[in-house]
Design a protein around this ligand. Sequence first.
Ligand SMILES: [Mn+2]
Length: 348
Amino acid sequence: MDPAYTKQKLRELRSLVNDGDRIAILLQDDPDPDAMSSAMALRTLLGRNKLTTPIFSFTPVTRPENRTMVHLLEIEITPASTETLAEFDRIAMVDVEPPYFGPRIPRADIVIDHHPGYPSGNAPFEDVRVKYGSTATIMTEYLITDEQHISERLATALMYGIRSDTVMLSRRVTDDDWQAFMHLYPLANLSLLRQIDRPEFPLSFARVLSRAMARVSARDGLIVLHLGRVERDDLVVQLAELCLQFEGVDWVIVSGKLDGNLTIALRNHGGGRGNAGEIAKRLFGEIGSAGGHRDMARAVIPLRAWRRREGSTRDSTIEPRLRELFTAELPAQETADGRPSANGKSAS
Ligand SMILES: [Mn+2]
């Protein structure tokens, strides 16, 4: 934390905004928790409400856990258009920078972000701290420095923002992120956070789950499950995470069909054999979007593209084909990797 610098930036920020100004806060497409919580914080910092300072995005929030956050914290996001934005006195953006939008924005006045790689000089006010794990950390620092009251709702949002950008404070996390997190912790509503973390399952998922669980078998530490049609794509992810908890399992592939796509979630314990993001790209990058981290990755493949390459999209063919593909990609499981039953060939 750098209170002197933050104080100076705060003065700069306030001198740019007049009392009567209407300010638009613009977020990246498909806004994430870091962006949404940072927008709420900027509004508080400027002493504004949702009427004088609405939050905009060009596309809606789609990820299920982010939608849960929007719903539980009652965050309103208005669809943006170039014309609508032009009507505002000031355009602010958090967790994103002007070049991201290109000609979609008429101009930019306030930019607060932590993403590296953008040139500076895009707006009269810029505060870009690339060392920080989240923009929510920068915003929390502003609020603390300004001795602002942080409401339970805002604290909950910011804590979730920091946590999700740093993957539970494990990736790209700095002392600043920790300090902000610790400051917010006693102020936040932890039971609300738990609800965001564990979205409700539709009851119909129980049947999908029971069919899938009956088929679970771990061969060489790998579980592969195809669920058929699913109602939401986070169900695929949640089941992949659950399967990773089985003894002796170090790799999980779960897939499901949704909206004309095959969604595939890849999970492993990290540090072991194979890099999930790279494998996803290698196997599916040519027929869909694929990528992620070493321990978690995903691929979304249009069913048409899958059929063209693999011949069939019948549910009964997808699971064995995925097993084939991943078995060929993964080096054999090592027995001395510290997991208790690494040599257990099958748990079925
Ligand atoms: Mn961010």
